[in-house]
Structures are given as C-alpha cells and as structure tokens.
Write a protein of this length. Structure first.
Length: 250
C-alpha cells in the first residue's frame, strides 16, 4: 500500500486488515505469514516479537511479499526517537507507531527522520501512526495516573497535535474513530486495535468493536490478533473479515 503515499500526503485507502504477530519465535511468526494472504493483509510486529527476534522478523515478512507494521510505540526524547525512526525506515517497514504523548517536537523529529532516510534509499516514506490513548485504558486508568481530562477530549487533543506535527495517522479506539473523523476531517488514517469478532475471555482491551462497527466509525486499518490466531483456521477467519470489509464498501 506504499503507493497510497505521495507528495508527503496520505490518501485514505479502503478498510484494510493488519494481523498482529504476537508470538515469540521466528518460526511461529513465519507459519502465520505463510498461511495468510500476504498480499491482502499487513503483519504487525510488536514488542514481543521484535525484542525476541529483532529486524529478522521484518525481513521475514518482506521476504514473503508482505508489508510490516512496526508497532514499538516510540516515546523518548526527540533525538533518540529520530535515530530510531531512521533505522526503522531503513528496515523497509510500511509503517510504524509513536506515542503522541511524546509531544510535537518528538513527532516532528520522527517525520523528518523517516522522510530523510526514505529519500536516501529511494523508497516510499513509512506511514507514521501516533498513539493517542491506548485501548487498554479507560477513564478510571487515566484518573489513576493523574489525567482528569475526559478521555474523548484527550484523544482529540493528542490526535490534532500529532497530525499538525507530521503524523500520517492516528491509533485510537474504534469508539473514538467517529469523533476524530468528524472533528479532523478525512486527510489522515485511523488505525484501530481492539477489533473483535467475538468476546475474548482474557481480554485486556477495554474499548473494543467489531470490524464493521470500526469501519462504520471511520477506521481505515483494523488490527486483529487473538481473535484470528486462536481460531481453528486463521486463514478462513481472515477471509471472513476481508469479505466483511469488502461488503462494507459496496
């Protein structure tokens, strides 16, 4: 989907699916990648897999013709994040995540680094998604850490900050997607974790939705992990979700 990025702008694409590779070994990750349609879904590499296997996880996905979304949620001083984003860009990832709570200077440094490294290599710049409030958090959790602003207000403020600093998209709960789209327009992407086809018994996400609910709210990229990988046939589960997304556009 890198062809959707041009002249520093991101064009919204039809709803897409990213499968979270929440496993530890490269063999486990590769077994998932090779069972699923690499040309039709993305693969999210989070902290668990990246800490265990490092850049080899991204290389494996690309070797099978897949697109890698590096979900490390960079959050540090601007210089450190700038360096990390440059190295992630050199890995050839389709996109990556950062924390909007890092502030405008950090996000702007990330944008500058991604664009410069991509230009140096002659490749499309990766899509930068800014995390607003993680979907595992609710109003009670925010209050616990001293944030008393209503959750929806915090999400909207952080999203606006991130987009003005050069982020291409926002990571937000599907429950806030409609508010973001209405308030901030259509010239950015919304990635929504917390997508479930059915209730999960050990769910640590508090703000969840079904694929169709998320798309109806304005989401572009849906992230699903356990609700696909724990099914008897993950490939069939992916096909079912993709069919639902296709029908939502008809």
């Amino acid at each position: 989907m890198n062809d959707e990025i041009h002249a520093g702008k991101v064009r919204r694409f039809g709803p897409a699916l990213a499968v979270a590779l929440d496993v530890t070994t490269l063999a486990e990750a590769e077994a998932i990648v090779t069972r699923l349609p690499a040309g039709e879904v993305m693969f999210k590499v989070g902290k668990q897999l990246f800490v265990a296997q490092g850049p080899a996880a991204v290389s494996m996905i690309r070797g099978h013709g897949g697109s890698a979304l590096l979900d490390l949620k960079f959050f540090d001083i601007p210089h450190t994040v700038e360096r990390a984003v440059a190295e992630a860009t050199r890995l050839g990832v389709w996109g990556m995540t950062l924390h909007a709570l890092g502030g405008g200077r950090m996000l702007a440094a990330a944008r500058k680094a991604a664009d410069a490294a991509a230009a140096e290599l002659g490749i499309p710049a990766p899509v930068l998604f800014a995390v607003t409030i993680p979907t595992s958090m609710d109003a009670a959790t925010l209050k616990e850490i001293g944030i008393t602003t209503p959750l929806e207000v915090s999400v909207l403020h952080l999203a606006d900050l991130a987009l003005k600093a050069g982020a291409d998209g926002i990571v937000a709960s599907p429950l806030e997607a409609a508010v973001l789209r209405k308030a901030l327009g259509n010239d950015f992407l919304i990635m929504t974790p917390g997508i479930r086809t059915s209730p999960q018994p050990d769910d640590d996400q508090k703000r969840v939705a079904t694929p169709l609910e998320a798309v109806s709210a304005g989401a572009d990229l849906l992230v699903m992990g356990r609700s696909i990988l724990r099914t008897p046939d993950p490939a069939a589960a992916v096909r079912e979700v993709l069919a639902q997304l296709g029908n939502s556009m008809s």
